[in-house]
Design a binder for this molecule. Structure first.
Ligand code: COA
Length: 177
């Protein structure tokens, strides 16, 4: 896994030593309720399982970047289903919302993806009740593709959502990596 440096963040592979932070931050229902495959409550065992499947290099595994703001993990960006049907997912711990961190981090991860993989487009999905995430995606150059339902393990039911698509040449570069 590469290490990517942006103005304020280091994107790096998540480590076992990140487990407590992951469980603490993603265990916040305000975070997990916006995500598809994150259960609530979120236990250490969930975190261990998730860490063990990340970055294995096996087909379909997630490429996961931990977002490190200097002294600890504040969130993650994941690129799923590489290389054939790539998807983008992400979350930040609640104390770190609203400071432009995700636009910075996701922009860097996408710039890395297009520079290093023969991928021409990818999709992401956000619940329609998640304007912050929809804004992050549209700011990066994603455009609306279709309407759907986003699964939510934390809620136990799906929610109306928008699928958005980004093409290689429509990425709006928010950072230089
Ligand atoms: C979605 C999330 C990643 C956004 O991260 P962030 O670092 O706060 O996002 P940014 O600051 O880069 O950008 C958010 C943008 O949305 C805007 N925004 C935030 N809340 C909003 C709201 N309720 N309505 C409209 N716009 C809103 C912000 O003003 C900002 O716009 P700007 O760049 O023009 O100032 C973060 O809130 C999060 O992790 N939420 C929980 C998990 C989640 O939703 N993951 C994504 C699942 S699809």
């Amino acid at each position: 896994m590469p290490v990517i440096q942006t103005e304020r963040l280091t994107l790096r592979a998540p480590h076992e030593s990140d487990l407590e932070r992951i469980v603490d931050l993603i265990g916040d229902y305000e975070v997990s309720k916006m995500l598809a495959l994150v259960p609530h409550p979120y236990t250490r065992e969930h975190g261990i399982d998730w860490l063990s499947q990340a970055n294995t290099g096996k087909p379909g595994c997630e490429t996961v970047f931990a977002l490190d703001a200097g002294d600890s993990l504040i969130g993650c960006v994941s690129l799923g289903k590489l290389p054939n049907d790539p998807t983008l997912g992400y979350w930040l711990g609640r104390p770190y919302w609203g400071r432009g961190y995700m636009s910075e981090a996701a922009g860097a991860a996408l710039a890395w993806l297009f520079a290093n993989h023969p991928v021409d487009e990818l999709t992401s999905q956000a619940m329609d009740e998640n304007p912050a995430s929809l804004k992050v995606l549209r700011k990066l150059g994603f455009s609306d593709d279709s309407k759907g339902t986003c699964e939510s393990l934390a809620r136990g039911e799906g929610r109306p959502s928008t699928v958005l698509r980004l093409k290689r040449d429509t990425l709006i570069k928010t950072v230089t990596v």
